[in-house]
Design a protein around this ligand. Structure first.
Ligand code: GLN
Ligand code: ZN
Length: 772
């Protein structure tokens, strides 16, 4: 370890902190306000308390410079839309009547007005509200929230740095407002937007900001020349402002690439770079642009989006190398800590030997401060921390949980042939047709049926010990009977058991697989007041016993029609968990795939002839840079095939995907080699059917004819019209009829009506086909 003391003391900082509070106080306060149980004043007070307590936690952990403005009642991109005055026409009256209610109307919609669209924040599981812009958008600065939060922090003595979504990223995240031409490019508004940022910066300067951070994560994605030019112009203009705070432009989630050269030359005062997964690339790029002379470099060496302890020596080595490449080097997490839970010490049920490997937000802030101290004062100043860290890392590397010889031997023995079905599709299809005897345009559903209050109560009763396992399972069997009897009466061809036993499609399996951990308090914001508790994939994965077979076979015992087995695929299991970082994702996916393969084979052996393996996350975990796509798609499709290729030719494998544009991954969908795929399609009027056809997709597909995201019941005629559109792209003998996604968020009455209409539509169109 050769880190020399830095010339200036390195500062410890972060870009954002979990907003919800120790006991999700923010969720309770906001939802209480929505329900009219709490006043706006009470909500504001809770929020101010949370901010104060967050800053105090940061300061106590040794963070020298705390962020402000990262707090949000709902979403920081929506806050940015408010800050620049980009309120959609349809929400203006509500915002004028009451700013807070108008804000929530934009976030959630009202009886009469639709909310802003919501989508994923880069490749995280956080969702932001998409700005809607058009050629007529007039921006107007509203710095009130940013100024107020900075003032709060300064007043109680913190060194604070406001954090804003940068102007380039803001525009790149926007989409054309309704009614605006689809090819409108929001980035053309940059010249109109910059004066508004200039005003906000001046207000923050006047309120006492020495530094302001502008987040530009969109610059770690592939960008066109024109986009890079816009970034160059933006920071030339903002840098040239007369009375401005110092500007720190922050990048995260990957390699800054071409934009690094531009920002290194720009008249800004600091740059933040991600030195976690793409450390080597950013380091190399930084060296090749000759470093950041005259600038501050904030080094994100602590991973802000996983939950594992840092390798302090490795980070110190990186920091040491950086010292020669900038005027001063400060230490941070790679991105806002919004993406991790608050406090690992709150977990009481995790084995202490494993808990020492975990770092949530609070633990990460301590790591950052230790690293800053080590960088400033030399490694001697943090000798005790380094020794403890070395021991924790060694305990993880040597643990039986992370290294199970049986799992390792099995994954090592996997061959290419294991990930290939034994017969080509045409022969399988014939065997399946003979075995299943389904009508033309077969009808099915995606798996879940309404998760009723009774089901949730049953689970709560079981947890609280009010009922025992037998009592709980009796309730589940009752539900399965109802779901089966409804489907038979409705005339659906391939049935499902309805997934009543599953709280969540990932957690349900995680709880049954060795190598996964569950948390008690590990909440992470998904969007607005919705928080999720992702399981932790900590070790080698194995399946002690079958996970779904008895429920599927119970359902099958009630009917002579085929009941589909229902599993979550390896890619989605990884995407919606915190995954171990000590081996390539592809290796972890292969272990999960083998566990699922056993489940698939057991289902087949128990008489299940149709098995669906869901991969809704296949598209969303696509890497941000195109150069990284092939390697990802290789392991993603390979692990899916590994889980599904152990079956007989006459066993039909289905898969399902939703919430995404599939156009750019049609080849990957093809490479899954599933016999049938169901996809979300209703709202886009079967767009995906045309995309599959254009690609020459050779297998069966069910583009959704029923949008399950709203309680609205589509009529039989509407579903039939979508089917006819589907038939223009996919021939009748390869087209399935199904909803867009699972029905767990719907109520029973609308589900019944919609599925009856769907079956009626299939019958009508079958009639038209046999008539022609
Ligand atoms: N089988 C799951 C369900 O029906 C699929 C959910 C999903 O695609 N997100 O709920
Ligand atoms: Zn879905």
């Amino acid at each position: 370890m050769t880190a020399q003391p830095a010339a200036a003391a390195a500062r410890a900082t972060v870009y954002g902190y979990p907003r919800q509070g120790q006991n999700r106080e923010l969720k309770k306060a906001v939802e209480g306000y929505w329900k009219g149980r709490a006043t706006a004043a009470a909500l504001r007070e809770t929020a101010a308390d949370l901010r104060r307590s967050n800053w105090q936690q940061l300061a106590d952990a040794g963070i020298d410079e705390v962020p402000t403005g990262d707090f949000s009642y709902y979403d920081h991109v929506l806050d940015t839309s408010v800050m620049v005055g980009a309120v959609p026409e349809r929400h203006r009256a509500a915002v004028q009547a009451d700013a807070l209610d108008g804000y929530f109307a934009m976030a959630r919609g009202t009886q009469d007005v639709a909310p802003l669209e919501m989508t994923k924040w880069f490749d995280t599981n956080y969702h932001y509200l998409v700005p809607e812009l058009g050629p007529d958008t007039v921006f107007r600065a509203d710095s009130a929230k940013q100024v107020a939060e900075l003032t709060e922090a300064l007043a109680i003595g913190h060194t604070a740095r406001p954090v804003l979504v940068g102007p380039v990223t803001y525009l790149l995240l926007a989409k054309p407002a309704p009614g605006v031409a689809a090819d409108f490019d929001p980035l053309t508004l940059i010249d109109r937007l910059l004066p508004v940022y200039a005003e906000v910066l001046a207000d923050l300067r006047a309120a006492g900001a020495e530094w302001v951070q502008l987040d530009e994560p969109a610059l770690v994605q592939d960008r066109t020349r024109a986009e890079l030019n816009a970034a160059e112009r933006a920071y030339r203009d903002l840098g040239a402002l007369a009375d401005r705070p110092k500007l720190l432009v922050a990048s995260y989630f990957g390699r800054l690439g071409d934009a690094l050269g531009i920002l290194a030359k720009a008249p800004v005062d600091g740059l933040a770079l991600d030195f976690t997964e793409t450390a080597a690339a950013n380091l190399g790029d930084l060296a090749s642009v000759g470093g950041l002379s005259g600038k501050r470099l904030v080094a994100g060496v602590v991973n802000g989006r996983n939950i594992w302890i840092n390798d302090l020596e490795k980070s110190l080595a990186t920091l040491g190398t950086l010292l020669g490449l900038a005027d001063r080097v400060d230490v941070a997490a790679s991105c806002s800590l919004l993406h991790v839970p608050l406090d690992a010490d709150a977990e009481r049920d995790i084995d202490p030997q494993v808990a020492r490997w975990l770092a949530f937000a609070r633990q990460k802030t301590r790591e950052i401060s230790v690293l800053a101290r080590g960088l400033s004062q030399g490694t001697g100043a943090i000798a005790a921390e380094l020794t403890a860290n070395r021991a924790d890392l060694a305990s993880r590397a040597g643990s039986a949980l992370t290294r199970d010889p049986a799992v390792r031997a099995r994954t090592a023995a996997v061959t290419d042939a294991d990930a290939r079905r034994s017969q080509p599709y045409a022969e399988r299809a014939a065997a399946q047709r003979a075995a299943l005897g389904l009508p033309l345009l077969p009808t099915t559903t995606i798996g879940s049926f309404p998760q009723t209050t009774e089901l949730r109560t049953a689970r709560a009763d079981l947890r609280a010990g009010r009922i025992d396992t037998d009592g709980y399972e009796e309730r589940i069997r009752n539900e399965i009977r109802e779901v089966l009897s409804f489907q038979e009466k409705a005339g659906i061809d391939v049935l499902v058991h309805g997934e009543p036993e599953r709280n969540d499609m990932v957690q349900y399996f995680a709880e049954q697989l060795t190598g996964y951990l569950a948390t008690q308090h590990g909440w992470v914001q998904s969007y607005g007041t919705r928080y999720v508790r992702p399981p932790i994939l900590a070790g080698d994965i194995s399946r002690p016993e079958p996970m779904t077979v008895r429920w599927t076979t119970y359902a099958q015992s009630l009917t002579s029609r085929p009941v589909k087995g229902m599993l979550t695929g390896p890619v989605t299991m990884l995407a919606w968990s915190f995954v171990r970082d000590d081996q390539p994702l592809g290796d972890t996916a292969r272990q999960v795939a083998l566990a699922l393969r056993d489940e698939v084979n057991d289902l087949e052996a128990a008489g299940t002839s149709v098995i669906q393996v869901d991969e809704p996350a296949l598209r969303e975990t696509l890497p941000l840079r195109a150069a990284d796509h092939p390697a990802y798609l290789e392991w993603a499709t390979g692990s899916f095939r590994l889980s599904t290729s152990g079956v007989r030719p006459d066993t039909q494998i289905h898969t399902h995907m939703c919430y995404a544009e599939f156009g750019d991954i049609v080849q990957a969908i093809d490479d899954l080699d599933a016999d049938v795929i169901s996809l979300e399609a209703a709202r886009s009027h079967m767009q995906v059917a045309r995309e599959l056809a254009a690609h020459g997709y050779p297998r069966e597909a069910g583009p959704g004819v029923y949008d399950i995201h709203s309680p609205r019941v589509p009529s039989a005629e509407e579903a039939a019209a979508l089917l006819r559109t589907g038939l223009e792209a996919i021939p009748a003998d390869r087209l399935w009829v199904n909803p867009d996604c699972g029905l767990k968020t719907r109520g029973w009455p609308e589900t019944r009506a919609a599925l009856e209409n769907m079956v009626a539509a299939a019958r009508t169109v079958r009639g038209e086909l046999s008539g022609s």
